[in-house]
Structures are given as structure tokens and as C-alpha cells.
Design a binder for this molecule. Structure first.
Ligand SMILES: [Zn+2]
Length: 210
């Protein structure tokens, strides 16, 4: 029997979106959220909150579905032999993740490059790899390294570069309330450890096409 037993369908302009949830987990998480609502002084039985524990449980499953996906396998499924050996850059990839310390969102952009060494990968797979690691409880530093290591170990390119810039809601909404600060992390392998190559990458991700 499939792990996913609960289906939710939503029709949007002729496109059928199907969300799958693990029903047992939805129930289990929802029960806890009923308690949490009471603990913060809310009334879980008032109209606006009746379905909230279930909605939160489903949202949480979606936001952490990266645990169920093997990013290396995803890349291996779209690798092609190719002689191209110049830098491939995919920039401005949207990142949505949740910090593991507060379970609050952090979000921003990732810029990724690699230098092929016999193989290239379907371009759409790079943002998918970002998503697989972002849809878990994370810290931005580890997210950066996990993306770099996955691409390096799977594609075995001459080098990988990852730069991530994010705003953290745990900083903006609570604590220090530094609302506009952005955290930048980076990780490099191989050819990108060389100053000239790294500078070219940094120039490419900061240049605009306009
Ligand atoms: Zn945090």
C-alpha cells in the first residue's frame, strides 16, 4: 500500500493539482496543533480555527517533503555525456526553507555553477536539487554545503559553486528584529577554489542581462 493515502485535488484553469499526504501523519500533527492552539490561549473550536490544525499539518508535510526525495538520483536521471567544458550558471533560483532552530521560514535566492567534466545535467534539475534540500528543517550553511556536495559527488564536474542569499524570519520577526538583513553563504569545489574562476562566477551572478 502506498505511503500516501490522502489525496486532495484542486482544479486551476484546466490544470489539476493533486497533493498527497500521509493521513496518519496529518492526524498526528493536527492533534498536537490543537494542543498548541490551546496553550497559546486560543479557542481551537471557534469557526476560523476548526480546520487549522489539519491545514497546518498538511502545510508542514509539504514544507518538509524533501526528506522523501533522493537528490542524487534526481540528478542521475538527467545526466548526459557532452563535451561542453565552460561554466554553466543557473542564477536567481528561488529558495524557501525553514530554520531548524525556530521552525520559521527563511527564503531568498541561490546561484549555482558547475564546470562539466564529460557530463552535463538537465538545467531544470539544478533548482529541483535546491528544493529537495530546502524542503527540510535547515540552517543556511548546511543547505549550501549539501547542494554543493550532491552536485560534486553525482556529476563529478571540474568544480561546483553555490551562493545563497536569504532573509530569515527568525531574525526579522523576533529577537533582534533586523528586518532587512540578508545572510549570504557560499561553498566551492575544484576549479572554483581558484580566484580567477571564482571571480568570473561572482561577476556573472551579479551582472544583469538588461
Ligand atoms: Zn532561526
Amino acid at each position: 500500500m502506498s505511503k500516501f493515502q490522502q489525496f486532495e485535488e484542486e482544479e486551476q484553469d484546466g490544470y489539476l493539482k493533486i497533493d498527497q499526504y500521509n493521513e496518519k501523519n496529518v492526524e498526528r500533527i493536527a492533534e498536537h496543533y490543537t494542543d498548541i492552539l490551546q496553550a497559546i490561549g486560543e479557542d481551537p473550536s471557534r469557526e476560523g480555527l476548526i480546520k487549522t490544525p489539519e491545514r497546518v499539518a498538511k502545510a508542514l508535510q509539504f514544507l518538509t517533503h524533501g526528506y522523501d526525495v533522493d537528490a542524487a538520483e534526481l540528478l542521475r536521471g538527467a545526466m548526459f555525456e557532452e563535451e561542453y567544458s565552460q561554466m554553466v550558471v543557473v542564477k536567481d533560483i528561488e529558495v524557501y526553507s525553514m530554520c531548524e532552530h525556530h521552525m520559521l521560514p527563511f527564503f531568498g535566492k541561490a546561484h549555482i555553477a558547475y564546470i562539466p567534466n564529460g557530463h552535463i545535467v538537465g538545467l531544470s534539475k539544478i533548482p529541483r536539487v535546491v528544493d529537495v534540500f530546502a524542503r527540510r528543517l535547515q540552517v543556511q550553511e548546511r543547505l549550501t554545503n549539501e547542494i554543493r556536495d550532491c552536485i560534486q559527488e553525482t556529476l563529478k564536474p571540474a568544480g561546483v559553486a553555490v551562493v545563497i542569499e536569504c532573509k530569515h524570519m527568525c531574525m526579522a520577526m523576533r529577537g533582534v528584529q533586523k528586518q532587512n538583513s540578508v545572510t549570504t553563504t557560499s561553498a566551492f569545489t575544484g576549479a572554483f577554489q581558484n580566484d580567477v574562476t571564482r571571480s568570473e562566477f561572482l561577476r556573472l551572478i551579479t551582472a544583469s542581462l538588461g
